[in-house]
Design a protein around this ligand. Structure first.
Ligand SMILES: Cc1cc2nc3c(=O)[nH]c(=O)nc-3n(C[C@H](O)[C@H](O)[C@H](O)COP(=O)(O)OP(=O)(O)OC[C@H]3O[C@@H](n4cnc5c(N)ncnc54)[C@H](O)[C@@H]3O)c2cc1C
Ligand code: FES
Length: 273
């Protein structure tokens, strides 16, 4: 059993859980994830490792209440335990001295892009973090993000805080204004990953996207997370989740991620109505 030692609401429907797990706390690297199961009957879901503390022997996950399992997870409290926590899984994000690195995240991903921004900065890069939220209420961990970056740009969909407009539009403006960018890491919904990749493609800027394809075992055995990158079949859980956004077959990615829409709706109705 894995004990929750801290729970915090960060924004509407977004929560932080700090879970005791000394081995994970020692081994985790930026960009990696865990697969957890709340109880014996529950499904396995992947969540990025948002932070880790070797001294305390704990890891942080930050999640958005999306469907049945994340709604159930949000009902847990400090002192509760989950039955299974596997990781760290996936290849760590490539951290090197690139020059100017732009870390782009939308929604809940603002929480788990921080280790990447931090590590890029520690490597000597100039780091700009571009965070896109629906509105002011959804903005969280602004200080943490600022601390992990040389420059922080917050944007909201409705303009209620920071700049108005979607992150890809702001990225486009940065490039049109002559900003020199050497590397981009993007985390968030598929359409945003694709939009950012489309914008940077003519500029030839390497754009690394973290693909959240549907995962079950997280260790390359079930085939559920299959994606096509550069015409080759890859498994996001073991070959990724980071891939070159200019090489991803976005049509296939989107089709496979929407496979279980009906079942997901039914699961919420069964558990919460
Ligand atoms: C490597 C990776 C890391 C992730 N990290 C985070 C994170 O840190 N925080 C966070 O809020 N979310 C994260 N996600 C997404 C998270 O796993 C899904 O939101 C969650 O599984 C939804 O389950 P549900 O039962 O609540 O919703 P459902 O109603 O079952 O599904 C809602 C949507 O979530 C996605 N989803 C559902 N099941 C899975 C699954 N097994 N694997 C991947 N996606 C799924 C699909 O797009 C689906 O349409 C990550 C996904 C991946 C692949
Ligand atoms: S989750 Fe099963 S192969 Fe990747």
């Amino acid at each position: 059993m894995y004990k929750i030692i801290l729970k915090q609401k960060l924004a509407p429907k977004i929560h932080l859980l700090k879970i005791k797990e000394p081995i994970l706390a020692k081994k985790s690297q930026p960009g990696q994830f865990v697969v957890l199961k709340i109880d014996e009957e529950g499904e396995r879901i992947p969540l990025n490792i948002a932070d880790w503390d070797e001294n305390e022997g704990s890891i942080d996950v930050v999640f958005f209440e999306k469907g049945a399992t994340t709604l159930k997870l949000a009902l847990l409290n400090e002192g509760d335990s989950i039955v299974s926590l596997a990781g760290p899984l996936g290849l760590p994000t490539q951290i090197e001295k690139f020059g100017h690195v732009v870390c782009i995240a939308a929604g809940v991903a603002a929480g788990f892009i921080i280790p990447i921004a931090k590590a890029m900065k520690q490597k000597g890069n100039k780091v700009t973090s571009l965070i896109w939220q629906k509105n002011k209420k959804m903005v969280f961990w602004e200080n943490r993000l600022a601390g992990a970056s040389d420059r922080l740009i917050i944007a909201t969909e409705d303009g209620s805080y920071g700049q108005k407009g979607p992150a890809p539009m702001i990225l486009k403006k940065m490039l049109e204004n002559g900003d020199t960018i050497d590397r981009i890491n993007v985390m968030g919904p598929g359409p945003m990953l694709k939009a950012c990749s489309d914008i940077t493609s003519p500029y030839g800027i390497k754009t690394i996207v973290s693909l959240h394809s549907i995962m079950i075992d997280g260790i390359g055995m079930c085939g559920s997370c299959r994606v096509s990158v550069g015409g080759k079949t890859k498994f996001a859980c073991v070959d990724g989740p980071d891939f070159d956004g200019h090489q991803v077959d976005w049509k296939l990615f989107s089709a496979r991620n929407n496979i279980y829409k009906n079942e997901e709706k039914i699961a919420v109705e069964q558990h919460f109505s």
